[in-house]
Design a protein around this ligand. Structure first.
Ligand code: NAD
Length: 488
């Protein structure tokens, strides 16, 4: 902890951040993280933490809670504003480390790092917004009001695919509303999150208010979810782990929020601007190598323009830049690790076995890195695995449809409901889509991915559980309401 914002940001320590100190795992154990674009390169040796580290972090957060929650919200906001400045001063460094540790192409890594500062600024502004409602008691006319209060220690569990934005959009609201935090970063991408911890440390945040612990899900996530002093868990990640986290958290009487996977459709009507629709399909399906919960997994194109759309998308795939993620021109970089690559390649094989045709890609394109070619299927049955299950890589499928009613029905026929998009010039089609599409995030004439900081983000159906994140929705999760009957 220090009292001034650094002008030249330091590299974060490759350690946990507990009680205001950079500390190794108490067991002394570490693990190596390698660069997915060059697996011979070791990005760093990080703590392989365990239950003892989680306990120390939760104790530090619990001790810090009374003073932090008693501060005026505007004073907490000052910390967030300074954090935004400190993040902005290190955007390039953070983006470069993000690219190195999880392979996100630099141009997207820069945007994500910069957005993180905006998230802190937005939530700093929450300090000046209403945190309750004023009424009148019906019998006497005396004062009656609601008051939102922080919960206490909150546990945040984050995935590797947005290693800056997701920790930030959980941490910033948790802190501004007066909670103290234990953040578990994903094992595959801890370095980016440590930049956030370093930026917060530079603000002079009181010790114990933010704690960051790195390690495996079972060894860090589970003890965090089970810890009796943790009041709430905000989790983003896969469906299987999310459901386990929900069971454990609710069994312990905790509040829980889940942001899970998606299987996001894009509908293209015959009157749409096909050029823009093709760009959106390419970006939605393949940027970040398709490793976004909001990536486009299914593209439904109206029959009269199907052949033209198909050809234009294939042309776009062939002209897209795939390769070295540190090149600012690169659009599609490697998958995060070898297991992920093998899982996606296996899913492609299953897609073929189930009758799908590969129009482009379908294979690994570099023996040294985890690069996979952008992959386009057609002829995939609506009940085939590729049409129903999330394959977390650069793989998408084309489907031909006849009526909008049919397209929306097929788009909705999955367990997920995170994001959905339509490209159309028809107001009627827009209205129909907005009323009926089963997803928490709807895009008209834009790609399925993308999230603004000041509006709710989250899925419905199997994609989410509990209040949404970001915007004013975050208030719901990170505070609890008490009702005050106040007579003079
Ligand atoms: P994951 O579920 O494997 O891991 C997420 C986090 O949970 C990691 O920090 C992991 O270490 C931790 N974890 C693992 N096992 C745990 C356990 N038993 N108890 C507690 N924590 C545990 O997910 P991932 O592979 O890191 O991320 C990819 C997934 O995340 C995809 O399914 C993607 O769709 C989803 N995702 C969803 C959103 C959203 O907002 N809806 C955003 C990004 C990613």
């Amino acid at each position: 902890m220090s009292d001034s914002v650094l002008e030249a940001p330091a590299r974060p320590e490759l350690a946990n951040y507990v009680g205001g100190e950079w500390t190794p795992a108490r067991s002394g154990r570490t693990y190596e993280r390698r660069n997915p674009a060059n697996p011979d390169e070791i990005v760093g040796e990080f703590p392989a933490s365990g239950e003892e580290d989680v306990s120390a972090a939760v104790e530090a957060a619990a001790n810090a809670f009374p003073a932090w929650s008693a501060m005026p919200a505007a004073a907490r906001a000052t910390v967030l504003m300074r954090a935004a400045d400190a993040i902005e001063a290190r955007v390039e460094e953070m983006a470069a480390d993000m690219t190195r540790e999880m392979g996100k192409p630099l141009r997207e890594a820069r945007l994500e790092s910069a957005r993180t500062a905006a998230i802190f600024r937005y939530f700093a502004g929450e300090a000046w917004r209403p945190q309750g409602e004023l009424y009148e008691q019906s019998a006497t006319g005396s004062t009656l009001y609601t008051l939102r209060r922080p919960l206490g220690v909150v546990g945040l569990i984050t995935p590797w695919n947005f290693p800056a934005a997701i920790p930030a959009w959980k941490m910033a609201p948790a802190l501004v509303y007066g909670n103290t935090v234990v953040l578990k970063l994903a094992q595959e991408a801890p370095l980016t999150g440590l930049h956030l911890a370093a930026a917060l440390d530079e603000t002079g945040i009181p010790e114990g208010v933010l704690n960051v612990v790195i390690g495996r899900g079972a060894e860090v996530g589970t003890p965090l979810v089970r810890h009796p002093k943790v009041r709430a868990i905000s989790f983003t990640g896969s469906v299987a782990v999310g459901h386990q986290v929900r069971e454990q958290a609710t069994a312990g009487g905790k509040r829980v929020q889940l942001e899970l996977g998606g299987h996001n459709p894009l509908i293209v009507t015959a009157d749409a601007d096909l050029g823009r629709a093709v760009e959106a399909a390419y970006a939605g399906a393949f940027w970040s190598a398709g490793q976004k919960c909001t990536a486009t997994r299914r593209i439904y194109v109206e029959a009269p323009v199907y052949d033209e759309f198909r050809q234009r998308l294939l042309d776009r795939i062939h002209s897209g830049k795939v390769g070295d993620p540190t090149d600012p021109e690169t659009e599609v970089g490697p998958l995060v690790n070898e297991k992920q690559l093998n899982d996606v390649l296996e899913a492609v094989e299953q897609g073929k076995r189930e009758g799908g045709t590969v129009l482009a890609g379908g294979e690994r394109i570099d023996d040294d890195s985890y690069l996979m070619a952008p992959t386009l299927f057609e002829g995939v049955a609506d009940d085939a695995m590729l049409s129903c299950e999330e394959v977390f890589g650069p793989v998408t499928s084309l489907y031909r449809y006849t009526t909008l009613d049919e397209a929306i029905e097929r788009a909705n026929a999955v367990e997920f409901g995170l994001s959905a998009a339509i490209f159309t010039n028809s107001l009627t089609a827009t209205q129909e889509f907005v009323q009926r599409a089963e997803a928490g995030l709807l895009h008209v004439n834009s790609q399925t991915a993308g999230a603004d900081v000041h509006v709710p983000f989250g899925g419905i159906k199997g994609s989410g559980y509990g209040p949404h994140e970001q915007g004013r929705a975050a208030l719901e999760f990170y505070t609890e309401v008490v009702t005050v009957y106040q007579d003079a």
